[in-house]
Design a protein around this ligand. Structure first.
Ligand code: C2E
Ligand code: CA
Ligand code: CA
Length: 252
């Protein structure tokens, strides 16, 4: 049996307090060297009754009931601790973490930096991923918030790129360090839409923005990512999101 939305909403704060919200890790490879250089932390709720609940079940609920900030901070803290532990044992990886657009307000850097500091993790290892599939309601405020992160060395990724709201001009406004191309574009064949994408990606690469392909499942899709000029790739072909023990066993 799966929990109802109202049961999820009621249980979320408690789940944070009881440390039931954890991160799974999905590897990212550097295409040129073939090495795993980074991980994306993806939230999982380890529920005592229902088992592992995926984020698509509870993140939208957390967003609507106002607990998303708590949830995201909990996942961030968890993942930063893990990276600190891996760094200390010579498994050197960068870390990407998702954040809801509603959290792009002043003070975000002031919340994230002490967590990094207390774990001794260099902010330059961290990239925050912001989905393009939801609108940023107050763009000037979000831009200021993201510049604060950048000023401290934290990277900014536009996630699900190609699916949504960030027009090319908006992209120019945001202090972006990475574009994460949505899996629908990696799967699609080359057509007119892709010529437009090629132009955007060429401009991004010229500006030093890293291009990451996500949802890469097959060799054809990997070749497509290479043709698009992607620097990094992530997807089941390399590894699905997994717990830290499995990650270490496979990638250390
Ligand atoms: P996302 O950030 O776009 O993450 C990628 C999703 O695609 C993940 O689903 C991942 O498991 C899945 N995926 C990875 N490789 C492949 C592949 O090769 N093929 C296919 N079909 N899928 C692949 P997941 O972990 O269920 O996460 C779903 C979404 O939930 C994420 O999409 C993200 O938007 C959101 N999310 C996850 N963790 C957090 C979090 O801590 N905070 C917030 N605000 N959102 C989160
Ligand atoms: Ca993401
Ligand atoms: Ca994505």
């Amino acid at each position: 049996m799966f929990p109802t939305t109202s049961a999820l909403a009621a249980g979320l704060s408690e789940a944070v307090d009881r440390r039931q919200l954890v991160a799974y890790y999905q590897p990212q490879v550097d295409i040129a060297s073939g090495r795993v250089v980074s991980v994306e932390a993806l939230a999982r709720w380890i529920h005592p009754e229902f088992g592992v609940i995926p984020p698509n079940e509870f993140i939208p609920v957390a967003e609507s009931v106002g607990t998303i900030r708590q949830v995201d901070r909990s996942v961030f803290t968890h993942a930063v601790r893990q990276i600190a532990q891996w760094t200390a044992t010579s498994l050197n990886l960068e870390l990407s973490v998702n954040i809801s657009p509603s959290e792009l307000v002043p003070g975000l850097a002031g919340e994230l930096l002490p967590i990094l500091e207390s774990e001794g993790v260099d902010p330059h290892l961290i990239t925050m991923e912001i989905t393009e599939s939801e609108p940023i309601l107050d763009l000037p405020v979000a831009v200021r918030c993201l510049h604060e992160l950048r000023d401290h060395g934290i990277g900014v990724s536009v996630d699900d790129f190609g699916t949504g709201y960030s027009s090319v001009s908006q992209l120019r406004d945001l202090p972006t360090t990475e574009l994460k191309i949505d899996q629908s574009l990696i799967r699609g064949s080359r057509d007119a839409a892709h010529e437009a994408l090629d132009a955007v990606l060429a401009e991004a690469a010229d500006r030093g923005i890293r291009i990451v392909a996500e949802g890469v499942e097959t060799h054809d899709q990997m070749n497509h990512a290479i043709e698009l000029g992607c620097h990094r790739a992530q997807g089941y072909i390399i590894g699905a999101p997994m717990g830290p023990e499995e990650f270490e066993a496979r990638f250390r």
